[in-house]
Ligand binder design. Structure first.
Ligand SMILES: [Zn+2]
Length: 314
């Protein structure tokens, strides 16, 4: 359910980045329009390599099928081949609508909401989201620095009330995040309780010579001496002592990454209720995908569409 804050965010989107439901319905009135969009994206101007002619030729739509035919020889090509849409009995327009919804929220969207708006079953809606989400990873994103924050948090799990009313969370999953201030974020599930995995993650995503802000957690002890392929990465490491209830000293804080954690937890807690460990990384991918494109307004939808249609055919 969009809260007041979401509505405020929507209203603050600049005009050229707004893409309303009306815009959606105008651009994608039916399955044909969706199919044409994917076709155009994959083969701009309808120019594709024809296996039979052995060269680039123009193609045209085959009526009543999801195929396009070579203008010269009639050989068929299928833009949905290998995509998540190919074997689905759900209409393309419903898929597009689900992606539109996914791109238009900050806090995530529930399968229940899609069920209501597109009249698919809850199970279908849930499966669509799962498949879309599975394609949203930003891969080995290299953060550009020069100032990044790194932090971990725990997600999911079930609250158990133990003896003497003590509350305990079971099966929580550790998540590590690195964010550039005013920039992009990387968030990964972390299985090790030791520091190696965190340091590896730092080395993989943070540019050499960056300044890295963390809390006092021991795992970060060797961050300043970290090497990659035998070469020192030259990080400047600054720490904030959360245990002594200090959160900001000048520039030294991890508020940016903590802001992302609260967005994520609000979304997963309020919309998805509980997320199994197995799928947590794909949820992280969905949230980071949106975060990393937050300057695109509602047009994030087009990025999702592009990635989902393209990823699948790779
Ligand atoms: Zn041909």
């Amino acid at each position: 359910m969009p809260g007041r804050k979401d509505i405020a965010v929507k209203q603050s989107i600049p005009l050229h980045l707004r893409y309303s439901v009306q815009d959606f319905n105008r651009e994608f009135p039916d399955d044909d329009a969706c199919l044409m969009y994917i076709f155009e994206q994959r083969w701009p101007g309808g120019i594709a390599h024809c296996e039979k002619c052995k060269k680039e030729t123009k193609h045209h739509r085959v009526t009543g099928r999801t195929a396009f035919a070579c203008d010269r020889c009639g050989w068929h090509i299928y833009p949905l081949a290998g995509t998540i849409f190919e074997k689905s009995s759900t209409s393309l327009q419903k898929w597009f609508h689900a992606m539109y919804q996914m791109g238009s929220t900050r806090c995530g969207i529930s399968a229940k909401q899609i069920q209501r708006e597109t009249s698919v079953t809850y199970k279908t809606a849930w499966r669509m989201f799962k498949q879309i989400r599975s394609l949203l990873s930003d891969g080995d994103l290299q953060l550009e620095g020069p100032t990044v924050e790194m932090d971990e948090t725990y997600i999911g799990g079930r609250l158990r009330i133990g003896s003497a009313g003590r509350r305990r969370m079971r099966n929580k999953t550790r998540v590590a995040g690195i964010v550039e201030r005013k920039g992009k974020i990387v968030a990964k599930t972390a299985t090790e309780t030791g520091g190696k995995q965190l340091l590896d993650l730092a080395g993989a995503h943070i540019l050499p010579e960056s300044t890295v802000y963390t809390d006092e957690y021991m795992a970060y002890n060797n961050l300043a001496d970290l090497k990659k392929d035998g070469k020192p990465l030259g990080y400047t490491h600054k720490r904030i002592h959360h245990a002594s209830k200090i959160y900001v000293v000048g520039d030294v804080h991890t508020n940016t990454v903590e802001g992302f954690w609260s967005l994520l937890k609000r979304g997963i807690g309020g919309v998805y209720h509980s997320v199994s460990q197995k799928y947590l990384q794909t949820y992280l991918d969905e949230y980071t995908f949106r975060y990393n494109r937050r300057d695109q307004g509602n047009l994030i939808f087009k990025s999702i569409l592009e990635q989902v249609s393209r990823r699948a055919v790779d």
